[in-house]
Design a protein around this ligand. Structure first.
Ligand code: AMP
Length: 445
């Protein structure tokens, strides 16, 4: 990813001040190649979402803090992330969204979408904010593409959602991915398992890290998610959730597997996938970058089923399932596999005036061409002829248009094919047709 900032002397010259203002820690600028890549990814996502009939949702980047920090489930927060919290000028507690699901769920309830015909299938794309320690693949503002499907408890919905993520990566040409799925079971299974974990860890609590000691009180399931204690035998020998799944939960998982098989999607059932959040039920999944040397932040996207979340946020009982993919990590993975996104954007024609005081005639033609669908760049800096030709070469312009006094007087234009160096003179009225014939068809000359 190309991340550019002006540093040192250039900064001083540009700003005329000694201290240059820099971007906040853990953020980055999108420009150059990376802006082309992001826009291209967005286009692919839009086209992909049309295929699956998901609708674009845009929810606010900040929400009432209580949406994220509230008494839900076994712990206090719906989102257990370091959030950016602030009071607005009206004294209201607000939070920059750390993820997309809560906002979409809020919107689903507030707009009473549950009365519409189910399922409601939504997608989103945008910035998320978390006050985390920045490192490669982990930022304080980052982008996610995510989907949420409400209203279907059938495992076929879980399988569809997983397949969207996998197919998205496949379309982009990413090869090194590993799909991990697991089941957290339904409420009953979770409760039985919770009890088993409490019994099991009771004698070992003092040997666990501080976070895990807290987790023991609040949500023992999260102990299994611990990075500090993960290698200890106590963790390895802990009861497995799979052994506590009831028939309903087992059936759900088996069906998800069958449907994934039906789409030839490779996966492994990985009991250590428990996800950071409390709201998941049944299926959870993570897709990892399986690329040598990729680094520790290798989960490209993750998601799962949340059958009680809508209810917990104050809506009716409506099941849901979704995922979120980190766009930056995806870009890093594409880079690691040397995958180039999109086609190079070409300039069809570069235009400049020769000894013109009034450039109205030039401007008129440039405008006409742009309105007719051609990519046109022009000289704004009154360069000399030599430098204009150089600029056209740099832009890889296919044609060059020169307008001087003669052209203006005769209502004509001079156009040069920048590859063959052929020169054409024509009436202004014929230029669109001419360029169409040269650029529109197979004839690239
Ligand atoms: P989560 O919402 O935590 O389940 O994360 C879903 C995906 O978002 C992850 O798999 C990452 O690709 C991405 N992600 C999460 N946190 C960050 C972050 N701080 N910086 C960059 N990407 C992130």
């Amino acid at each position: 990813m190309l991340l550019l900032t002006f540093k040192g002397k250039i900064g001083k010259i540009l700003n005329g001040v000694d201290k240059m203002i820099q971007k906040p820690k853990g953020t980055y600028d999108i420009l150059g190649d990376s802006s082309d890549n992001i826009l291209y990814l967005k286009k692919i996502i839009e086209a992909l979402m049309d295929k699956y009939n998901y609708k674009y949702f845009k929810t606010p980047m900040f929400e009432a803090s209580e949406l994220f920090h509230r008494g839900v489930g076994e712990t206090t927060d719906i989102v257990n992330k370091e959030t950016y919290d602030f009071k607005d000028r009206g004294g209201r507690d607000m939070t920059l969204r750390p993820e997309g699901t809560a906002g979409i769920v809020r919107s689903f309830i507030e707009n009473k979408l549950y009365v519409s015909s189910m399922p409601v299938k939504a997608w989103y794309f945008g910035s998320m904010f978390r006050y985390e320690r920045p490192q490669a693949g982990r930022y304080r503002e980052f982008m996610q593409f995510g989907v949420e499907a409400f209203g279907a408890d059938d495992p076929i919905m879980d399988a569809e959602v997983i397949s969207i993520m996998v197919n998205f990566f496949k379309i982009l040409g990413l090869k090194g991915i590993k799909v991990n799925i697991n089941s957290l079971g339904d409420k009953e299974s979770r409760e039985n398992y919770r009890k088993a974990l409490l019994d099991y860890f009771k004698p070992y609590v003092k040997d666990l890290c501080e976070d895990c000691r807290n987790r023991y009180e609040k949500n023992p399931l999260r102990i299994l998610d611990c990075k500090v204690d993960s290698n200890k035998d106590i963790m390895k020998n802990a009861p497995k959730l799979t052994d506590y799944l009831n028939e309903n939960s087992k059936n759900h998982l088996e069906k998800v597997k069958t449907y994934l098989d039906s789409m030839n999607i490779d996966y492994i059932v990985n009991p250590s996938i428990v996800r950071g959040l409390d709201y998941y039920t049944h299926t959870v999944f993570e897709v990892e970058a399986d690329i040598k040397g990729f680094g520790s932040q290798n989960v490209l996207g993750a998601g799962g089923r949340y059958d009680h979340l809508v209810e917990n946020v104050g809506g009716p009982s409506v099941p849901g399932v979704g995922f979120a993919i980190g766009i930056e990590r995806l870009m890093l993975a594409l880079q690691a596999e040397n995958i180039k996104l999109g086609e190079e954007k070409n300039i069809d024609l570069y235009a400049f005036g020769y000894n013109l005081n009034d450039k109205s005639y030039l401007m008129n033609i440039v405008n006409l061409l742009r309105m007719n669908g051609f990519n046109v760049e022009m000289d704004y800096l009154n360069r000399n002829i030599k430098n204009n030709f150089k600029k056209a070469d740099k832009l890889k312009a296919k044609f060059i248009m020169i307008v001087g006094e003669e052209e203006m007087e005769k209502n004509i234009v001079t156009i040069k094919n920048n590859k063959t160096e052929e020169e054409f003179k024509m009436n202004k009225e014929n230029i669109v047709e001419f360029l169409d014939s040269k650029l529109g068809g197979l004839d690239e000359s």
